[in-house]
Design a protein around this ligand. Structure first.
Ligand SMILES: Nc1nc2c(ncn2[C@@H]2O[C@H](COP(=O)(O)OP(=O)(O)OP(=O)(O)O)[C@@H](O)[C@H]2O)c(=O)[nH]1
Ligand SMILES: [Mg+2]
Length: 784
């Protein structure tokens, strides 16, 4: 009695009783209970430590012992008890679940949308088939049959991705856009490990999946799905180390939690946490979910909602939401470009103001000079620099003849040109004719803005003109250092008096008057980098050649071995065994990535990479006549294709599907379709029993849910109290039936508690009565 109650407490996994008044921590409960529990735990721990010390213990056994001895985290137990993710334990919970699944509408809130749309965007098995990197992507990754497609479906409350009991249902990368507007992309990856597919295909998708995970830039997170019943397997560890190596953020989702008792699940997750705490790219702790029971998905939805794309851009007082990564990037780049442009313009404006200031000051100086031009010309003598002339003029005696000026450089602007022209003409009568001749001889003489040089002299000299042409006019006679040298040169010219007159040309000056802002010219890149039109890849890394599955990071070095790390990886190649390395790695890869299947042992036995353990039982047909080994439907019937005739025979159909499991339909009612007959009834409820009315309601719901949601909203759903009554009725009838069977079976039971072995007419009777969905497990097993 006491033992039973203690077991019930443990099974229920109720934290209040277990820990608050707990069996483990003490306090509350009877002392006997406390002693009993702790001694069990102590015994288990002792067994675990002993097994650890023993080097011959297999890792599987060690793991099992560790799980038994582990103490589950209190928070986890609490979470499981609150969310009811784990296997149901009480009748009340079972009832509630049954009701929820049957009658509660499933319209989850995900990405702040009710039952968001789920649209297939692309199915890819090659780089060129990948969709544009427009949305943040979340990849579902895990071994085959771990429930990836199911999770994608149930997260959105839709049933778009195909799910199957057999592993290998997903053979391509499926990109599902979620939401309207789409805000997230869920990627359903094919599973690794054993799958019902040819080896070549399997390796192809594994390789492409690995490449995708490594190279996709907008992959925000990888959800690594672990089957709650099996825990982390070597293949999962390999995947984790792969993700760590390539810096991909990941987190673990423990699926099919509804199949594991709460306490076992809590222990398993506690151990998982302990083992995985060292990995730096694990973004969150493992989350248990039971997708088909719709439990524990809310937590995951919240986490994924954080990763959705929805950026707010406010411009000119208008708020816009951007639901696209590329658009986001474009907006960001545009803003960046605008900032750069603004900065450039500010700099330009600053420089212009500086330049105009200098120009102003120069003009002020030149104006001052121009007013004194007559005085200067009168005061300067030949062969003198203006400076010397100034010095001389101070010492010159009044009345003495002043020397002529060989050359003067004066800053002028085009308004002064007329004045200068007239002035020169007054000085030299033949100035105009000479200037016209010079202009026609050398028309393109470059004049500099803000500065004009005037040379005075008796005769125009061709050689001097040549010299002038060679020597460009100073760029800026007043500011640049290197132009001082040129000034000196012109002084030398002045010394061997070759005076010549150069006409000041206002037109040229005006054309060149625009300041050239050379320093703002940025060198443009020869090739403008654009977004790639289809794929975006983090690095332009080449795909690995088809055959290489392992790199040196994948192997276990002797140092690793000594430290006890990465025991699951193949050993690194040695001097002696280099040639065999790849073959060995491949073999190991194949072995480790094959998974333990839940209930398809038959398929496993036939799989090419595993030695068949059991010979398949010869069927009656094969005993009587020899069937061809590879039957193809041929023109002339079922026959194998002869090797040498390949290509000549016409294949009309595919090989028949491989049967993984045969399930006997024991319910005659169901087999004959009596209950679910399709005869149409006009009756809207009268004369129908509850089951019929309910199925009618459900079919009406199915028919209307797509386009007439409002009608459904307005209609009432079945009342819980009625449903409860029906459920109770079910249970009672079932019990009755079982008792009847037991009583009738009597001697016919197989000694295992009431599984009857009936023959002939009685068996048929029983078959007609027993509901198939409620049959115990033994009824499905092979050979019964
Ligand atoms: N009880 C239970 N069954 C589940 C759960 N999730 C998935 N399953 C079942 O597991 C089986 C496999 O599911 P899938 O979603 O096809 O698995 P998968 O990982 O996509 O498999 P592959 O595409 O072959 O890699 C289906 O029969 C599902 O009903 C769960 O949370 N609870
Ligand atoms: Mg799938």
């Amino acid at each position: 009695m006491f033992l039973a109650s203690a077991v019930r407490v443990l099974r229920a996994g109720v934290p209040a009783r277990l820990h608050g008044a707990g069996a483990v921590h003490g306090g509350g409960g009877s002392s006997a209970q406390r002693r009993w529990t702790s001694s069990v735990v102590r015994r288990r721990r002792r067994a675990y430590y002993k097994a650890m010390a023993d080097p011959t213990t297999s890792p599987v056994k060690l793991q099992r012992l560790r799980e038994r001895a582990a103490r589950p985290q209190y928070e986890l137990l609490r979470y499981l008890a609150e969310t009811k993710v784990a296997r149901v334990q009480t009748q009340e919970d079972r009832k509630k679940l049954w009701y929820d699944l049957r009658y509660n509408r499933y319209a989850p809130l995900f990405l702040n949308q009710i039952k968001p749309r789920m649209k297939l965007w692309a199915a890819a098995l090659h780089e060129s088939q990948l969709p544009l990197a427009r949305l943040p992507e979340i990849a579902m990754c895990g071994r085959s049959n771990s429930g990836k497609s199911t999770l994608v479906n149930y997260l959105c409350g839709q049933y778009c991705a195909s799910m199957r009991r057999a592993p290998g249902s997903t053979t391509e990368l499926y990109f599902w856009k979620v939401g309207r507007p789409a805000q997230l992309c869920l990627v359903d990856l094919p599973g690794y490990g054993f799958a019902e597919a040819p080896d070549e295909k399997r390796l192809q998708w594994t390789e492409f999946t690995l490449w995708y995970i490594r190279a996709r830039k907008n992959l925000k997170r990888v959800l690594l799905l672990i089957d709650g019943r099996q825990g982390i397997k070597p293949a999962d560890r390999e995947m984790i180390s792969y993700l760590e190596r390539h810096n991909v953020p990941w987190q673990i989702i423990v699926t099919k939690s509804d199949k594991v008792p709460g306490k076992t699940l809590a222990k398993r997750i506690t151990i998982m946490k302990e083992d995985l705490s060292q990995f730096r790219k694990m973004v969150r702790e493992p989350i248990p979910v039971a997708a088909v029971k719709r439990r524990g998905l809310e937590t995951l939805r919240e986490i994924l909602t954080e990763l959705k794309v929805a950026k707010e851009v406010v411009k000119d007082g208008i708020r816009t939401m951007v639901y696209d990564l590329l658009e986001q990037r474009r907006v960001r780049n545009r803003a960046k470009r605008q900032r750069r442009k603004d900065r450039k313009e500010a700099l330009k404006a600053e420089l212009e103001t500086k330049e105009s200031e200098t120009k102003e000051s120069e003009r002020a100086e030149s104006d001052a000079e121009a007013t004194n031009l007559h005085e200067i010309l009168n005061s300067w003598g030949p062969g003198q620099t203006p400076k010397a002339a100034e010095e001389d003029s101070s010492a010159a005696k009044p009345g003495e003849p002043k020397p002529a000026v060989p050359m003067v450089s004066i800053s002028l602007d085009d308004r002064d040109s007329q004045r200068v022209d007239g002035f020169m003409a007054s000085l030299f009568p033949d100035f105009r004719a000479f200037a016209a001749a010079t202009a026609s001889a050398a028309p393109a003489r470059v004049a500099q803005p803000g500065a004009a040089a005037v040379r005075f002299g008796a005769e125009p000299d061709a050689s001097a003109d040549e010299a002038l042409r060679e020597e460009p006019w100073p760029a800026d006679a007043h500011s640049d250092d290197d132009d001082d040298a040129r000034d000196d040169d012109s002084d030398d010219d002045a010394a061997d008096i070759t005076p010549t007159v150069q006409r000041f040309e206002p037109g040229l000056l005006a054309a060149e008057a625009k300041p050239k802002l050379q320093r703002f010219k940025t060198s443009k890149p020869s090739k403008i980098e654009r977004f790639p039109s289809r794929v975006s890849i983090l690095r332009p890394e080449p795909r690995p050649p088809g055959d290489i599955v392992y790199t040196e990071d994948d192997v276990m070095s002797p140092a690793d071995y000594a430290a006890g790390f990465r025991r699951w990886a193949p050993p690194s190649p040695s001097q002696a065994g280099t040639g065999h390395f790849m073959a060995q790695a491949r073999r190991r890869f194949e072995r480790e990535w094959s998974m333990e299947l839940e209930d398809v042992g038959l398929a496993r036995a036939g799989a090419p990479d595993v030695e068949p353990k059991l010979a398949p039982r010869p069927s009656r047909a094969s005993q009587s006549e020899e069937l061809p080994k590879m039957p193809f439907v041929h023109q002339k019937g079922l026959r194998p294709i002869p090797k040498d005739h390949r290509g000549k025979s016409r294949i009309l159909g595919r090989r028949p599907a491989k049967i993984l499991k045969t399930k006997r339909v024991l319910s005659a009612v169901k087999a004959l379709g009596l209950k679910y007959r399709t005869i149409r009834r006009r009756n809207l409820g009268r004369d129908l029993d509850w089951d019929e009315a309910k199925s009618k309601w459900m079919s009406w719901y199915e028919k209307n849910k797509k386009h007439r949601w409002r009608r459904i909203d307005l209609a009432d759903s079945p009342k819980k109290a009625d449903v409860d009554a029906v459920y109770e009725g079910h249970q009672a009838r079932r019990l009755q039936r079982q008792q009847k069977l037991r009583a009738r079976g009597g001697a016919g039971t197989d000694g295992r508690g009431g599984a009857p072995q009936l023959r002939g007419g009685r068996a048929r009777e029983a078959v007609a009565e027993v509901d198939e969905t409620r049959m115990p497990e033994w009824a499905y097993r092979e050979g019964r």
